[in-house]
Structures are given as structure tokens and as C-alpha cells.
Design a protein around this ligand. Structure first.
Ligand code: PRT
Ligand code: ZN
Length: 226
């Protein structure tokens, strides 16, 4: 099903690290809305805009399938999804309109503290726990290195101690989680922040005009922050 609604649909994370900043940004763009806890959709009061609140992992596909018009999501989730959909021959295109400067983190390789580590090639054939096997695979392929995937979508940092994996590849912001689990960050493989994306298919004129207005305001909001 394609998105034929006249109202602009924007998907944001319902509850998580990007939610507050995403909601705040939409408010700063002049969109007035009230979020109710158990509601999937919030209708803006002053503009033809609907805000869809979902799991962050669902946002890239909603945009790539053209179900929603815009989405705010971490580049890490976006690119992992893109690689996965390309491998599965599913629609994987989108337009990245603007990196937003929040939700900053890095995707890093980490190994047990007491282990030596000189280069990523040492991981050849090793078991690596991660939620991002495709970003990791792309990075290691650049070193002609392959790995055995231990796919975990939570508790990645406990995998080495639990004897499930030799190393991990996980998101890091302060590094406290790695430290608490006796791991050391050895290589940053990807840097991420939240980004605003749009569906690939061109917009009808009225929607495009609304997006242009929002983008002008967004540039103002971002430059005021600097
Ligand atoms: O429920 P839903 O699926 O929507 O949310 P989620 O639990 O999958 O995602 P959420 O809310 O945790 O993260 C959303 C996005 O925030 C991520 O995809 C990143 O783009 C961004 N982000 C920024 C982070 C972090 N910083 C971060 N530190 N996402 C996760 N972490 C985790 C990391 O996985 C590790 O467990 O925080 C821990 C490390 O933090 P430090 O400070 O100890 O290094
Ligand atoms: Zn998620």
C-alpha cells in the first residue's frame, strides 16, 4: 500500500533515546500536537501533518516502502536496514534530508580488557556479538576479514563473559557500559547521529511545499543551535 494521504506523515521513535529530541524538534518546526501514551498517531492541530510513533527499527522500512513521507532515525539503524533490504531485494531507497545533531554515538568493536588487539584482521573467523551484522560485515570486508555472527538485539555486552562470543560490535556513547562489562573499545567502525529522511517517490506539490517550509525552519533551528 502506498501513501496517498493528503496529510504529511512523519514517523518518530515512540519511546527511547531519540523520542524527546524528535518531539522537541517537531515542536520547534512549528508543528502543534498532543501525544497520548497509547496512541500510534497524533494529528497536528495547525498543519496537515500526522505524527506516527513506532519502534525505531520500523522507521527505515516505513519510509523505504513509502508508507510514511518522512522519518527521524539513527543513521546506524537506517544503514543496517538499507543493507539488509538490498540483500533481500526489497525497496531500499530514501533521501537523507538533514543530519540532526542529536542521538550521537559510535558503533565500535570491543574485546575483553585483558586481551591484546592490534588490528581488525585478528578477528578473522572469530565470533562477534552484534545487532549490526551488515555494518560490521561491510567494515570487516574492507580488511578481507570475515566473522561468525552472534546476533543479539540486546545484552550484547554480556556475550563475551557468557562465553557466547570472542568480541562485540555495539553502540557506545560514554563507554561506561563497556567498562562495566570488562570490555575495551578497540576500533570505531561507524559514527552515527539522528537524521531526517524522506521517501524516494516525489511528493505532490502541496506536500512538497509543506516540506520546503519545514526544511527552511529546520535550517534556522539548527543554525541557532550552533
Ligand atoms: O524500542 P525501540 O526499538 O524504539 O528502541 P531501542 O531500544 O532499539 O533504541 P534506543 O532508544 O536504545 O536507541 C535509539 C537510537 O539512539 C540508537 O539506534 C542510536 O542511533 C542512538 N543512540 C545514541 C544509542 C546510544 N547513543 C547508546 N548509547 N543507542 C544505544 N545506546 C546503548 C548501547 O547499545 C549500549 O547498550 O547504550 C549503551 C552504551 O552507552 P554508554 O554511554 O554506556 O557507552
Ligand atoms: Zn529499536
Amino acid at each position: 500500500m502506498t501513501n496517498d494521504s493528503n496529510r504529511l506523515r512523519i514517523a518518530i521513535q515512540k519511546s527511547g533515546r531519540l523520542s524527546r529530541d524528535s518531539e522537541k524538534l517537531l515542536s520547534q518546526l512549528g508543528i502543534r500536537f498532543v501525544l497520548r501514551d497509547n496512541r500510534l498517531i497524533a494529528h497536528a492541530e495547525n498543519l496537515p501533518i500526522d505524527i506516527l510513533r513506532v519502534r525505531d527499527d520500523d522507521i527505515p522500512a516505513l519510509v523505504m516502502d513509502g508508507i510514511v513521507d518522512l522519518g527521524i532515525v539513527g543513521q546506524n539503524v537506517l544503514e543496517e536496514c538499507e543493507l539488509e533490504r538490498q540483500a533481500d531485494s526489497l525497496p531500499a531507497s530514501y533521501r537523507e534530508l538533514q543530519a540532526l545533531g542529536f542521538g550521537k554515538c559510535r558503533l565500535s568493536l570491543a574485546v575483553p580488557e585483558d586481551e591484546s588487539f592490534a588490528s581488525a584482521t585478528e578477528l578473522n573467523g572469530k565470533i562477534i556479538a552484534t545487532s549490526y551484522p551488515r555494518l560490521l560485515g561491510r567494515y570487516l570486508a574492507g580488511f578481507n576479514t570475515s566473522f561468525r555472527n552472534c546476533q543479539l538485539n540486546g545484552s550484547v555486552e554480556v556475550a563475551p563473559r557468557a562465553g557466547l562470543a570472542d568480541a562485540i560490535c555495539d553502540l557506545v556513547s560514554t563507554g561506561a557500559t563497556l567498562e562495566a562489562n570488562g570490555l575495551k573499545e578497540v576500533e570505531v567502525i561507524y559514527r552515527s547521529q539522528a537524521t531526517l529522511i524522506a521517501r524516494e517517490r516525489p511528493f505532490e506539490p502541496a506536500k512538497q511545499q509543506l516540506i520546503d517550509t519545514l526544511m527552511t525552519r529546520l535550517k534556522g533551528v539548527l543554525s541557532a543551535r550552533e
